[in-house]
Design a protein around this ligand. Structure first.
Ligand SMILES: Nc1ncnc2c1ncn2[C@@H]1O[C@H](COP(=O)(O)OP(=O)(O)OP(=O)(O)O)[C@@H](O)[C@H]1O
Ligand SMILES: [Mg+2]
Length: 234
């Protein structure tokens, strides 16, 4: 597989073309942003850890029947992925209150939810990725009805699978963000699943093992990512 030209550089990753038009290389940077890039920094070796963590999680989901864009690891910072036509949506699944849910609705962090919450955000940095509902998505033709039904079912299935996966590692999956893309008539789980995109709390201690350590200046950021990597590698 030959790496070709850079086709996109985002805040946390870079996409490269390859000599196969169906495949891309996804490079994970150490650069870190939060609060819609109002806060920026670098987490040493984060790209290496997130590449490996994402690979482990995609491999697990594939064994459980979820189609993902993941093909294989290329090296410590790069994975080979299937090129997809991305839907301009971020899908957030929440199992406990944290982050923007607490800020927006005035509920305490950690509040247990009666049922999981699915949220959709329009991927638009200029507009700060605003929340949209199914009516916005339908009315503005952001995604098809069929895709939204499939996404809801997939997001809930992935939540079920990852909640179990992390509980076995003594970690509670508080919430996470997904992105999907179309590839050859099929919806694929794309982008990454890592401590950048999940809230992970150690069972018992409540220790934060995710990007909240960076958002809230809690320290020991690299160690938290390393801890997640060690656990998913068990
Ligand atoms: N399989 C795929 N095919 C095509 N594009 C993908 C695939 N997986 C992820 N992407 C896109 O690649 C980009 C990854 O870069 P990164 O996550 O750094 O972007 P970002 O700065 O967060 O911006 P964005 O708001 O677009 O996510 C994202 O735009 C993501 O939607
Ligand atoms: Mg992104």
């Amino acid at each position: 597989m030959k790496k070709a030209e850079k086709i996109y550089e985002g805040k946390g990753k870079i996409l490269y073309a390859t000599d196969d038009p169906d495949l891309l290389i996804q490079y994970f940077k150490d650069d870190t942003t939060c609060f819609n890039a109002a806060k920026r920094g670098v987490i040493e070796k984060k790209g290496i850890m997130n590449n490996k963590i994402s690979a482990k999680i995609f491999e697990y989901l594939e064994t459980m029947g979820v189609s993902t864009h993941y093909v294989q690891l290329v090296n410590e910072r790069e994975m080979l992925i299937r090129k997809a036509e991305m839907l301009p949506l971020e899908i957030v699944v929440r199992n406990r209150a944290a982050g923007s849910l607490c800020r927006n609705l005035g509920v305490p962090e950690g509040l247990a939810l009666e049922c999981s919450i699915l949220e959709y955000c329009l991927k638009n940095d200029r507009l700060n990725d605003p929340l949209v509902n199914n009516d916005h998505i339908r009315a503005l033709k952001i995604a098809s009805e069929k895709d939204m039904e499939a996404i809801k079912e997939l997001a809930l299935l992935i939540n079920h699978l990852l909640t179990k996966f992390f509980l076995r590692l003594n970690v509670e999956l508080i919430d996470f963000k997904l992105e999907f893309g179309q590839c050859k008539g099929k919806l694929l789980l794309a982008d990454e699943i890592s401590p950048d995109t999940c809230r992970l709390w150690e069972v018992g201690t409540g220790a934060r093992l995710d990007k909240d350590r960076f958002r809230q200046d809690l320290g020991h950021i690299e160690e938290a990512y390393q801890e997640v990597l060690s656990r998913v590698s068990r």
